[in-house]
Design a protein around this ligand. Structure first.
Ligand SMILES: Nc1ncnc2c1ncn2[C@@H]1O[C@H](COP(=O)(O)OP(=O)(O)OP(=O)(O)O)[C@@H](O)[C@H]1O
Ligand SMILES: [Mg+2]
Length: 243
């Protein structure tokens, strides 16, 4: 098991956003988490990445508690987000969040800022996966289209050579054709050996490419199964696939 989330509670002040969420991701899988607006999908990804602290429960990476580590003083400290990235978990945030005033190439290089080895092969890989990024390598990222920015955000995350890629709504605000292309590439990235945790409101597409899926409703996992099974589940069809 690559990652597991065990009975996780996360709150914003007095408001609890996640209630006892448990799930797991095995090496090589595409696992999707589907759920409506406000279900807590982003909250879960931000907790896995160390950007939010759980009030209860644990995120485990290769069986060890991810957010916490024992410091030199023997006390337990929270692991900062950049260390979680270095351990092999890269997060593509909701809304892409590329560095708008930097070029495509600069954004990709920043994705690898914690590496000290040669990144040429990984830049080449990004440019092969996303040829449009190669054509536009010197363009300021803020002037890219939404789809191109999404590709750049994924490419930037790949530059750290993650074992696990967290994707927060890559389809958001993009035309169907662009979304299909991006999902094809997500599948390709997975076939090349990267495990993927895909958070999506576009349940149909997410269930089509995923191996397994979880359904999150108001902070609770209400269903989990093979993606194909959930595609044919009457309740899922009714609530998330337009009947
Ligand atoms: N910074 C915050 N402060 C207070 N409440 C928050 C904060 N961020 C999120 N929430 C609340 O937590 C709940 C879960 O939000 P979250 O963003 O995780 O949902 P989501 O499933 O990602 O939704 P969407 O599909 O719209 O992106 C919502 O009720 C939201 O209002
Ligand atoms: Mg969200």
């Amino acid at each position: 098991m690559l990652l597991s989330v065990d009975s996780l509670d996360v709150s914003y002040g007095a408001i609890k956003a996640l209630h006892g969420v448990s799930l797991h991701i095995d090496r090589g899988e595409i696992v999707t988490l589907i759920g409506a607006n406000g279900a807590g999908k982003t909250t879960l990804l931000r907790t896995i990445s160390g950007l939010l602290r759980p009030t209860k429960g644990c995120v485990k990476w290769h069986g060890e508690c991810l957010p916490k580590q024992v410091g030199k003083d023997g006390d337990i400290h929270y692991r900062p987000a950049h260390e979680i990235v270095r351990l092999g978990v890269s997060h593509v945030p909701e809304g892409r969040q590329v560095f708008a005033s930097l070029t495509v190439l600069e954004n990709l290089r920043l994705g690898a800022y914690q590496r000290t080895d040669d990144i040429t092969a990984d830049l080449d890989r990004c440019f092969t996966l996303f040829p449009v990024l190669a054509e536009r390598r010197s363009q300021r990222s803020g002037t890219l289209s939404g789809g191109e920015q999404q590709m750049l955000a994924i490419g930037r995350a790949l530059m750290q050579k993650p074992q696990l890629l967290l994707l927060d709504e890559p389809s958001l605000g993009l035309a169907p054709l662009v979304v299909r292309k991006i999902f094809q590439i997500i599948r390709e990235i997975n076939e090349q050996g990267t495990t993927i945790f895909l958070v999506e409101q576009n349940a149909h597409l997410a269930l089509t490419i995923a191996h397994r899926a979880y359904v999150l409703q108001t902070g609770r996992v209400i269903k989990s199964d093979k993606a194909q099974t959930l595609l044919n589940d009457p309740e899922v069809k009714e609530a998330y696939l337009g009947g």
